[in-house]
Design a protein around this ligand. Structure first.
Ligand code: ADP
Ligand code: MG
Length: 218
C-alpha cells in the first residue's frame, strides 16, 4: 500500500530535513506512528498523501507515485482514496458540521452528493457523539468537537487509506476510545490501511504495528 525508499524531503524554508531509508506498509495494516514532537510525523503523512513532495527518492501510495502526477490528479487521488485527519483539523469555519463532513462530495465531481452520502455523514457524526450538532457552524465548536468532525470527514468516502494525525489529541478518555473505535471499525469494514500518529501510549495496543519515528529515520 505504501512504499518508501531513500526518501529525502526539505521545506523551502528552514533547515529541517526528513530522510526515510525504507518504509513499507501492507494493505489493510493498522499502524501507529509515534515519536517526539517536531520529528516530522506530520510531514511524513503529508508526503504519503501527496501534499508535500520529496526532493529525491521513491514514494508510492497504493502503487501510484503521487509526485509524478500533476496537481489536479494528485488532489483527485487524495479526495477519493485517502481519508486524512489533519492535526489542525482544517475545517471550513463558516460551514456547518454536516457540510464540513460532506466536503469531499462538494469538492469532487466524481463523488455524488446524494442521500446515501448524507446518511453516511449523519451516521458517522452520531458514531462519534456529535450527531446533535449537525447544523452548528464549525467555528462554534470546541476543539474536541472539531476533531471529531475532521474524523468523520476523513471517513466519508470509505477510503482505502486512512491517515490520522493525532486524531485523539484533544479528546477526553471516553471520546478517545470512541474515535479510535470508529477509525478501526471503518478501516476494517473497507479493508483500509490505517496509519495513526499518536502520543497516547494506552492506545498503542489497538494497533498491529507500532513504528517509532526515531528508528525509522536511523
Ligand atoms: P511532528 O508532526 O513530528 O511534530 P512536523 O512534521 O510537523 O513534526 O514538523 C517537522 C519539522 O518541520 C519541525 O521542525 C517544523 O518546525 C518543520 N516544519 C513544519 N512545517 C514547516 C513548513 N511549512 N515550513 C518549514 N518548516 C516546517
Ligand atoms: Mg505533527
Amino acid at each position: 500500500m505504501i512504499e518508501i525508499r531513500d526518501l529525502d524531503f526539505r521545506y523551502g524554508e528552514g533547515d529541517f530535513a526528513l530522510r526515510v531509508p525504507e518504509l513499507v506498509v501492507e494493505r489493510g495494516e493498522r499502524v501507529a506512528l509515534i515519536g517526539p514532537s517536531g520529528s516530522g510525523k506530520t510531514t511524513l503523512l503529508h508526503l504519503i498523501a501527496g501534499i508535500a513532495l520529496p526532493r529525491a527518492g521513491r514514494i508510492a501510495t497504493d502503487g501510484v507515485a503521487l509526485p509524478d502526477l500533476d496537481d489536479a490528479a494528485r488532489r483527485e487521488f487524495r479526495i477519493r482514496r485517502i481519508g486524512l485527519v489533519f492535526q489542525e483539523f482544517e475545517l471550513l469555519e463558516y460551514l456547518s458540521v454536516l457540510d464540513n463532513i460532506l466536503l469531499p462530495c462538494r469538492i469532487s465531481p466524481a463523488l455524488p452528493l446524494n442521500a446515501a452520502a448524507r446518511e453516511r455523514a449523519v451516521a458517522l457524526a452520531h458514531g462519534v457523539g456529535i450527531g446533535e450538532k449537525l447544523d452548528r457552524m464549525a467555528e462554534r465548536l470546541s476543539q474536541g468537537e472539531k476533531q471529531r468532525v475532521a474524523v468523520c470527514r476523513a471517513l466519508l468516502v470509505a477510503p482505502g487509506l486512512i491517515l490520522a494525525d493525532e486524531p485523539t489529541g484533544n479528546l477526553d478518555p471516553d471520546n478517545k476510545e470512541r474515535v479510535l473505535d470508529i477509525l478501526i471499525e471503518r478501516a476494517q469494514q473497507s479493508g483500509a490501511t490505517l496509519i495513526t500518529v499518536t502520543h497516547d501510549r494506552d492506545l498503542l495496543e489497538r494497533f498491529e504495528r507500532v513504528i517509532d519515528f526515531r528508528e525509522l529515520l536511523s
